[in-house]
Design a protein around this ligand. Structure first.
Ligand code: IPM
Ligand code: MG
Length: 360
């Protein structure tokens, strides 16, 4: 079968890591008889340089027409890159928000998993790390504070800024269903995170999530306040299976969850629309400080491609093959510099891609 993938290398290390993911996909294609066709799309700083905006209508159209999207990373350094002299709606990150909204990517899946081989990298105490953890943050991605009305204006002579946090019940219901569906294929446990002791939007969130829970009797629902969740993530991460939460809380908690794995260079993500369409990208950013040096860790992007095979193309066997190849490379003690430890062999970005492809 032939799959059309829109590829957005983006900025910083984006082009390097995306090239390795393509290498691995090509090996999957060869071995399992699929053809992957790539159409390159500009987004972020590179698009600003070429067209003056972080995402053109044409780029969005190309992404829409594809079967799925593979993204490297966008963004540069505030105070250094000239992109940040532009108004906020023209900066690289605005391209990311525009493509999320434009493609209807309402469900952001961010797994955080502690690899046995990388347990030493976990910054938590040994007695906590020993237990391991394997969670999936399911973050609502096209609503809430990110997309509410905002303005900065004088009110009674005092400069005042307003951001609006709005959710309707349909937005909550569809992300909740997604969270429960995912949990039903995992350890059947949803922890819904909100701030229902303060926010109306959280109280509606809680009400709708409880209604959706009734549709999934095999899944247990627990509700947790966001401040407590931030604490529990470092105290007892093993308790989490699926964390279901709104956009802003999910942004913050998913960074915390990835940090405690000690290896953000390993974590993929998927952003899904209704149906099978999705955008896949590493959880980490563009890392402009190490761009062009061939030292970035391509594993998060390779694992994002595996998520694409699983969620958009229903190619579970092929996705397993990629994930197993990554595990094998770690067992064989190959490491990029960010996850290097004693007794291992340090390799460059492109070599890591070769090693993974060889194991498929
Ligand atoms: C993320 C990032 C983005 C977000 C930024 C770059 C707009 O932090 O994907 O988590 O806040 O969603
Ligand atoms: Mg973030």
């Amino acid at each position: 079968m032939n799959y059309n993938i829109a590829v957005i290398p983006g900025d910083g290390i984006g082009p390097e890591i995306v090239a390795e993911a393509e290498k691995v996909l090509n090996k999957v294609g060869k071995k399992y008889g699929h053809e992957f066709t790539y159409t390159e799309v500009l987004m972020g700083g590179v698009s600003i340089d070429a067209h003056g905006v972080p995402l053109t209508d044409g780029a969005l159209e190309t992404a829409k027409k594809s079967d799925s999207v593979l993204l490297g990373a966008v963004g540069g350094i505030v105070g250094k890159d000239k992109w940040y002299e532009l108004p906020p709606n023209l900066r690289p990150e605005a391209g990311l928000l525009a493509i999320r909204k434009g493609l209807g990517l309402f469900a952001n899946l961010r797994p955080a998993y502690l690899y046995d081989e990388l347990k030493e990298a976990c910054p938590l105490k040994e007695n906590i790390a020993r237990q391991g953890f394997d969670m999936m943050v399911v973050r609502e991605l096209t609503g809430g504070l990110y997309f509410g009305e905002r303005k900065t204006e004088p009110v009674n002579g005092v400069m005042t800024a307003t951001d609006t946090l709005q959710y309707n019940e349909n937005e909550i219901r569809r992300i909740a269903r997604k969270g429960f569906e995912i949990a039903s294929k995992r350890r059947k446990n949803v922890i819904s995170v909100d701030k229902a002791n303060v926010l109306d939007s959280s109280r509606l969130w809680s009400k709708i999530v409880r209604e959706v829970a009734v549709e999934f009797p095999e899944v247990t629902l627990t509700e947790m306040l966001v401040d407590n969740c931030a604490m529990q993530l470092v105290k007892n991460p093993a308790q989490f299976d699926v964390i279901l939460t709104e956009n802003m809380f999910g942004d913050i908690l998913s960074d915390e969850a990835s940090m405690i794995t000690g290896s953000i260079g390993m974590l993929p993500s998927a952003s899904l629309a209704e149906g099978k369409f999705g955008l896949y990208e590493p959880s980490h950013g563009a890392a402009p400080d190490i761009a062009g040096q061939n030292i970035a860790n391509p594993i998060a992007t390779v694992l994002s491609a595996a998520m694409m095979l699983r969620y958009s193309f229903d190619l579970d066997k092929e996705a397993d093959a990629v994930e197993n190849a990554v595990r094998k490379v770690l067992e064989d003690k190959y490491r990029t510099i960010d996850i290097m430890s004693d007794g291992c062999k340090q390799v460059k970005c492109d070599k890591m891609g070769d090693l993974i492809a060889d194991r498929i």
